[in-house]
Design a protein around this ligand. Sequence first.
Ligand code: AP5
Length: 271
Amino acid sequence: MANDSASGSAQKVGKKIGPVILLGPPGAGKGTQSKQIVEHYGIPQISTGDLLRDHVARGTELGLEARAIMARGDLVPDELMYGIVAHRLRETDCQRGFVLDGFPRTAAQAGWLDAFLEKEVFDNSEKSKPCAPLIVIQLLVDYNHLLLRLTGRRSCPTCGRLYNIHLQPPLVDELCDVDGSKLVIREDDRPEVISERLAAYEKQTRPVADYYRRQRRLVALNADRPVEEVTAQIFSVIERYHQEKHHEHGLLGSVTPKVESAKSKPLRPKI
Ligand code: AP5
């Protein structure tokens, strides 16, 4: 695993990590990289896509409302998101930190999250609450690679492991390497929905990166690389935040990490 020496330090002493926000278009690798952070630092992944899919599968009121919206590739309204995110972040496993995958996705969600973290997470008066700095990492990937990643994605319905038939195929066709389950395709990974999701990202989620850039909290990484290389970059950002700035910049303070940063360009197909 990448950056092994850092692993021991964070997990064994129960250091508080993040919160870490992974921003990026559909297929950028937010889920893949969140799982690396979970394994390495022992903090939970909060994927709003997974939370919503769970509601859809259970047929809750929220799930019934979200189902058609997700099937079209649109974003679920902000007001519906706040309740499920707040509920999840208040669970005890988030006290040492967490990685947010897919939230915030609109400028309004980013503002809501800042207020929530300030009030409920960074309140230093209660020692049990995490007080590590907020780390915002944007994963940048070329449009055509995103298409390859999304059209080729398969996942294991039992253990959640992700594969890609073009880029990271399982050892045996269509079967999970870990438990042998038959791999499944996500409902919204159909080509016509993929283009809607990418359009929603451009219109509604790109402003979130601008929001954090203005606050000097955004670290943009070139994620058009093998998984382990992207992971190593992410770990390096996290380690640097904690080594250098934890006590210097206040709770929501900004940091400019010394890792390679990449330029964000609008998503366009390369012909
Ligand atoms: P969500 O589940 O969050 O989907 P998404 O943002 O579209 O992102 P994906 O899960 O498709 O991609 P990813 O970046 O996680 O990539 P992955 O690691 O899987 O949201 C689904 C829907 O829910 C939304 O459309 C919306 O309707 C709703 N929703 C969710 N959150 C919301 C919110 N906050 N507000 C409103 N609505 C919300 O990787 C993709 C593939 O690439 C995999 O096959 C993987 O193996 C491969 N891969 C990953 N990294 C690499 C690499 N470095 N090299 C090669 N292949 C790679």
